[in-house]
Design a protein around this ligand. Sequence first.
Ligand code: SF4
Length: 449
Amino acid sequence: MRLDLTQKYDLRLPRYTSYPTAPHFSPAVGAETYAAWLAAMAPDTPLSLYLHIAYCAEMCWFCGCHTKITQRYAPVADYLDALLKEIALVAERLPSRMKARHVHFGGGSPTILSPEDFLKTMDFLRARFVIAPGAEVAVELDPRTADQAYVAAMAKGGVTRASIGVQDFNPKVQQAINRIQPYEVSKRVIDWLRKAGIAGINMDLVYGLPFQTAESVVETIEQAVGLGPQRIALFGYAHVPWMKKHQRLIPEETLPDVPERWRQYEWASRRLVELGYVAVGLDHFAKPDDELALALKEGRLHRNFQGYTTDSAGSLLGFGASGIGALDQGYVGNEGGIDAYKRIVREGKLATTRGIAITDADRLRRAIIERLMCDLAVDLDRVCAAHKADAGQFAPALASLAPLAGDGVVTIEGRRIRVTDDGRPLVRAVCAAFDQYLKAGEQRHSKAV
Ligand code: SF4
C-alpha cells in the first residue's frame, strides 16, 4: 500500500466487532429489556457464551481491555461468585436449558482463576446449558500465569482452543510495555497444551508498540511461526491514553509513527503469507487447513466481539463486568465497574446497564459491514435481496467511496465493492461509508492502520 494513503486515511475508526458499535449503546436498554429479550428467545437458538474474567496480576501498559489488577486471590474468588450468580440469573430467564456451541473465557486473564475454580465454572455452565458435542471452548491464556495444573484443568474441562497472549518476543519491547514474558515461557505453555490434547492454538501479536521496527516485528513473527500456532492475530496497538490512563506510561516518542506502523503491518503480513498462513480479514492469519481459513474460502466467516470467528450462533450471552451480549433484538452491555456489578447481581438483578435495540435497517448495514470486514468484498444487491431491501438506497454510500476507489483502495463494479490487496489495512474506512451512526468529528477510536 502507498504510504501517502496511510497518512491520508489516518482516521480513528471503529473496529466493527458489532454494528451499531458499542459507543452508541445507551441506558435506554437496561435489565428489564434484556429480561424480555431473553424470555422471547426461541428455545432452539444456538448460543455462544462469553465469560469476562476482569482481573490480571499485573498491568501491561499497552492494555486496552477492561481489567483490574490484584495480587490476591480473594477478589478474584469474590468476582467469580458474582459471575456464577449472574449466569444463574440469566439462565433462569431463558425459555429452556439451551444449547451452547461456543464458550469463550476472556478478560482480563482467565488464567488468574485457580484450576479448581475454572473446573467449577465449566461444571456450573454445564448444569445450566447444554454444551453441544463438538462445541468450541476457548480460553485466553496468559503464559505468565498459566501453570501445568491450569492446563490440565482446561483439558479436563473440555477446552478445545487457547489464545495465547504474546504481543512481541523482543525484550526491549516487553520491558517498555511492562510485560516480561521470555520466549521459553510461551513455548513451555504451548508444549503443555499440545501434550494435554488441546490442539487449537492461537497466538496474539501486536504491532505499533514502543521501540518496534518492521524488522523486529518480522523477527517476532518468525519466532511465533516456529511454535506452529494454527492462527495468528496481528493487532495494531491502539494508543488511547485519554481512555486508558495507564497507557500514559508509554512515552509517545517511543511509538512508531503512521508510516512505520504501516511498514510493520505490511512486512509482518507479507512474511506470514510467505510462511504459509492465509490472510483472514483485517488482522488474522490462519493455516490453510484451519477452520477459519476454510470459513473464509466458503464465505461463512463471521465477526463478533472477539474478532473473526466461525461462530454462527444466533445469540451471544455475555457475562461479567462489562460483558457484552448480542441477541436478535439488539445488543446489551453489563455494568463495567466491578463493585457495582457484584452489588447488582447479588441483589438478584441482571447487570445490564446499556444497550441498543436494532432495526431492520441496522441489520442490513450490519450484514454489509460484516461481509466487508470478513470477505473484504460485498455484493450489495445480494445482501439487500437477502434482507428484502432496496439496494438503490446505497447510492450515496457508493458515491462517498469514490475517493477511495480513485486511490486504489477499493474497486466498484455496479454495486459490488472489493477492497484491493493494497486497501486491506483500510477496510474500516470502507465500512465507515455504511455506518449511519458515525458522525464526522466523533472518530475517537484507534488508528485505521
Ligand atoms: S494480561 Fe491482557 S488483559 Fe491483563 S493487563 Fe495484560 S494485556 Fe491487559
